[in-house]
Design a protein around this ligand. Structure first.
Ligand SMILES: O=C(O)CCC(=O)C(=O)O
Ligand SMILES: [Fe+2]
Length: 202
């Protein structure tokens, strides 16, 4: 029998106003989530992220990778990037996520946080290359980490504790009105992988 929570969660908008966030807990068994986590740790072409900020070359501790339908070219923070083609495992994950959100995605940015020392600062995913008001689906594997939203004007905050296998979708006006971050923490020593499936404008 489906649990009440399973039925309710995805349909509820987690944001109080100015956007839409949907949350599915544990879309995989813990065994499958662990298997995907281990596969991705090994198979993804992880690289430190780079940026040129005020003429200074910055290299992040967090690692990233970018996969897509096409070898898209993309520039942010003055660094040029080219997407790699989907691997079979990434395609399987994409299909699973698409079945939940009922959306389709043509690219995925992956983040690898080795420990709680690594996080992501407040930002919105509002780059011009992304479809306006499109869906961004974020899948977590590995260590539990906080994922927070802060409204740009009211400063209202919401915090989620994302567990291995959790899926969170942002869409509609979310990126125009809310920032999100992954705060650092001294409590976590294990890696976390995050996959953000995105809709690039083509
Ligand atoms: O790691 C996360 O959960 C968030 C990643 C993120 O916000 C991004 O890649 O834009
Ligand atoms: Fe983001």
């Amino acid at each position: 029998m489906p649990l009440f929570q399973d039925l309710m969660e995805p349909s509820i908008n987690q944001l109080p106003y100015d956007g839409e966030v949907h949350y599915w807990r544990r879309i995989f068994s813990q065994g499958d989530a662990l298997q995907y986590y281990e596969l991705l740790l090994k198979q993804i072409a992880w690289k430190n992220d780079e940026a040129i900020i005020f003429g200074k070359h910055i290299v992040t501790k967090r690692k990233v990778a970018w996969y897509a339908d096409e070898p898209y070219q993309y520039t942010y923070s003055n660094i040029h990037r080219t997407a790699l083609r989907w691997t079979p495992h990434l395609l399987a994950l994409k299909e699973k996520v698409e079945a939940k959100t009922q959306q389709s995605y043509n690219s995925c940015l992956l983040n690898l946080y080795h420990t709680g020392d690594e996080g992501m600062a407040w930002h919105s995913d509002d780059e011009r290359a992304l479809k306006a008001q499109g869906s961004i689906a974020s899948l977590s594997l590995g260590a539990v980490r906080k994922f927070a939203f802060k409204h740009k004007k009211t400063k209202e905050r919401l915090v989620f504790e994302l567990e291995s296998g959790d899926l969170i979708e942002m869409k509609g006006e979310t990126q125009s009105h809310w920032l999100h971050n992954v705060p650092t923490t001294k409590k976590i020593q294990m890696p976390r992988i995050n996959l953000t499936f995105r809709q690039m404008e083509q």
